[in-house]
Design a protein around this ligand. Structure first.
Ligand SMILES: N[C@@H](CCC[C@H](N)C(=O)O)C(=O)O
Length: 273
């Protein structure tokens, strides 16, 4: 049976979205990699599967990286799925469960969504790191980058603060940092340039997907880590190659992420399962 899909993106971070609320889907890692392949398949950074949620959220969202691995968080996909679910229910508020927990989203206008990404985890064991460490200053250096800060936004992130991007060969250092022994579950690696206390330029080498045009959880991690270092206030615009997100680390500890959610096209996959 061909499988209906939507191609969506949030600030250029792109997704193949499948609806498995009425039919169960068991995609192998090889099938996920094939769908995500930009030459042989549809092409995407993540494959997102909407599943029923037994515990009362509007839906469960499964997040699968282009390499077939699973993640607990994807900020940009959460906005996309929230926009889809809100269209169905006609409600502004949407709740979505992931393997990392429950997220609340609110539709602010056409194609504009805010998600409460929950509270960042700052302890080494929660990120996780390989052993006890100061998560504000990791003893990690590679080529021109050093001294990142780490946190979990439901998935592991390390943020390096940089002076510019011209001298960075992210395609070379990204995979080495992602798979560094310090990160037993690998990590998403952000490179953040602080332009002002309320503006960050960010590039993210994503775990399981490589260099993407934007990373929502990476933008949240960059703001959290920048604020912990005293480099920004609690709110900043995070500008990435594919677009901008407004990130707020609220006084109650929750991180709010506001940004676009768009549908590019719809299509059908041949039977790959
Ligand atoms: N694109 C995402 C993050 C997707 C998952 C990540 N690559 C991981 O493995 O944790 C976002 O917008 O947050």
């Amino acid at each position: 049976m061909p499988l209906h899909f939507l191609k969506m993106h949030g600030a250029g971070n792109d997704f193949v979205v499948l609806d498995a609320r009425t039919t169960q889907l068991n995609l192998s890692a090889a099938a996920i990699r094939h769908i995500a392949d930009r030459r042989l398949g549809v092409g995407c950074d993540q494959l997102v599967i909407i599943e029923p949620d037994e515990a009362g959220a509007d839906a469960f969202m499964r997040i699968l990286n282009a390499d077939g691995s699973e993640s607990g968080a994807c900020g940009n996909a959460t906005r996309c799925v929230a926009a889809l679910l809100a269209e169905e229910t006609g409600e502004r508020g949407v709740t979505i469960r992931t393997i990392s927990g429950l997220l609340k989203a609110e539709i602010l206008g056409p194609g504009l969504v805010e998600v409460d990404m929950g509270t960042p985890l700052l302890e080494w064991g929660d990120i996780p790191l390989v052993g006890p460490a100061d998560t504000l200053h990791l003893q990690l250096a590679l080529g021109p980058v050093s001294d990142p800060a780490a946190c979990s936004m439901g998935n592991p992130h390390a943020t390096f603060f940089v002076d510019g991007f011209a001298h960075l060969r992210i395609e070379l250092i990204g995979p080495k940092l992602e798979t560094h022994r310090m990160f037993p579950e690998r990590a998403n690696i952000g490179f953040a340039l602080i332009e002002s206390p309320s503006r960050i330029r960010l590039k993210v080498w994503e775990r399981g997907a490589g260099l993407t045009l934007a990373c929502g959880s990476g933008a949240c991690a960059a703001l959290v880590n920048a604020h912990r270092r005293g480099l920004t206030g609690r709110q900043a615009t995070v500008a990435m190659d594919g677009g901008e997100l407004l990130i707020t680390w609220a006084e109650n500890g929750h991180v709010l992420m506001r940004g676009p959610a768009e549908t590019a096209f719809a299509g059908e996959l041949p039977d790959l399962v």
